[in-house]
Ligand binder design. Structure first.
Ligand SMILES: Cc1cc2nc3c(=O)[nH]c(=O)nc-3n(C[C@H](O)[C@H](O)[C@H](O)COP(=O)(O)OP(=O)(O)OC[C@H]3O[C@@H](n4cnc5c(N)ncnc54)[C@H](O)[C@@H]3O)c2cc1C
Length: 388
């Protein structure tokens, strides 16, 4: 076993979790990986991958049992994100987005909301988390989507952009501003919007550099009406809900980025053990060994930090915002650097589509941008050392 395989073997999972992770790994290798090139080329939404994941009942692993789920540890969830992503980054983010988006309902929903909505997601429903707007990206507090109370209903007007699963979701957890609250931050609220609500429409989907099979939609709300019982928490509770959910989704996007990095690393190592130049295997050149040493060390350190945070969450920890920022930032920077270096290790072949290193490099880029750009994370981390 090499060092990375030893680290994997040390991940603490129960017997049930190990069995599930093994099935996910088998599915990833036998089906998702085989179809990834096709979906990257066509940009079609990978419905058969979503179906295959649902056949394993994977959404259930993050839904509590009393709402139709079969909840497993956060560690097991992160390991599944990483395994799926190693095979197909688009499928990885489609599935992980279900978790990111439904988590606020699990953590902040009323009993009635959870009983009504969670079983559908446990059975395989798709969810979107809708925060970003054309003029409100890194500074989400600039959002303009408006929630106006009207008797027993809330009227929604506005629009969101760059929404993962935005054209296929069954449910949207949507952030906007409560019309009756003047303060820009205190007005932020969260509402659950269901597919098919009149006034909800898809304006466009993006043609992207990577993650080409994961849909990224601009959606608009034109006098959409939802029952007041779809409000998550109180009016104005949105910012607290948002920060709390981001803390759980950032380790998840880090696991996703590390899946891309690990796939590239393994491809690179396999290639340079076979390819020969000047009568020697590429891996025998010292300059190449130095590259490999840096990649492997960064991966090992970052993966160890991932499992540390996973354990923190599984043992009830709640105060891990800076840890999550560090992880998201470093995992995504590593993903970008390792995929770029692996293209280099493959020489001219790395630049061509017959090898997936090229796709992995394109898939890696967005991980430095979404869930808070890495500039924003550097600010959050740096600011945490400010003395009063
Ligand atoms: C494929 C894809 C999927 C996405 N999925 C979702 C989703 O499901 N839901 C959702 O709500 N959003 C989603 N997003 C949106 C994503 O989170 C935003 O793109 C991201 O937060 C950055 O916002 P922006 O694109 O408006 O960039 P901007 O905020 O305009 O940033 C532009 C540049 O300025 C820098 N910058 C901004 N503010 C600062 C600062 N204070 N200090 C230093 N530098 C700064 C940024 O780092 C960046 O380099 C997705 C985006 C993409 C492309």
């Amino acid at each position: 076993m090499n060092i990375l395989e030893r680290l994997d073997a040390a991940i603490e999972l129960s017997e049930d979790e190990t069995m599930l992770v093994d099935s996910v790994r088998a599915l990833a290798r036998s089906e998702l990986m085989q179809r990834a090139e096709h979906y990257d080329k066509t940009g079609e939404f990978p419905w058969d991958n979503v179906k295959a994941i649902n056949n394993l009942g994977l959404n259930a692993m993050f839904i509590p049992e009393q709402y139709g789920g079969a909840q497993l540890s956060y560690t097991a969830y992160l390991e599944c994100v990483r395994e799926i992503t190693k095979a197909c980054a688009s499928t990885g983010i489609i599935w992980a987005t279900n978790f990111h988006a439904i988590k606020p309902v699990i953590d902040f929903g009323t009993e009635e909301q959870k009983a009504r909505l969670l079983p559908r997601i446990a059975e395989g429903g798709l969810v979107s988390l809708a925060i970003t707007e054309p003029d409100a990206g890194s500074d989400a507090t600039g959002m303009r989507t408006r929630f106006t109370p009207d008797g027993d209903e809330i009227v929604i007007n506005g629009g969101k952009t760059f929404i993962t699963n935005g054209d296929v979701a069954d449910l949207y957890v949507l952030f906007g501003k409560w019309s009756e609250i003047a303060d820009a931050k205190k007005a932020i609220s969260a509402v659950i919007l269901e597919k098919g609500t009149p006034g909800l429409s898809v304006v466009r989907t993006e043609d992207k550099m990577g993650h080409r099979a994961s849909s990224t939609a601009t959606i608009s709300f034109d006098n959409c009406r939802v029952p007041r019982s779809n409000l998550l928490g109180a009016p104005g509770a949105g910012l607290n809900i948002l920060f709390s959910s981001l803390n759980k989704s950032r380790p998840s996007v880090a696991a996703h980025a590390l899946g891309i990095a690990r796939a590239a690393f393994e491809d690179g190592v396999a290639y340079i053990n076979e390819r020969k130049q000047s009568g020697r295997k590429i891996i025998e050149f010292q300059g190449i060994q130095f590259m490999l040493a840096d990649m492997a060390t960064d991966l090992a350190m970052c993966e160890a930090w991932l499992w540390r945070i996973a354990r923190l969450v599984d043992t009830g920890g709640t105060d891990f915002g800076i840890e999550a920022s560090m992880l998201k930032m470093r995992a995504s920077d590593i993903a970008m650097r390792i995929t770029t270096d692996v293209v280099q290790l493959l020489g001219g072949y790395g630049y061509c589509r017959d090898f997936r290193a090229e796709r992995l490099m394109r898939d890696a880029k967005i991980t430095q941008i979404w869930e808070g750009t890495n500039q924003v994370h550097r600010q959050l981390i740096g600011r945490s050392f400010l003395t009063k």
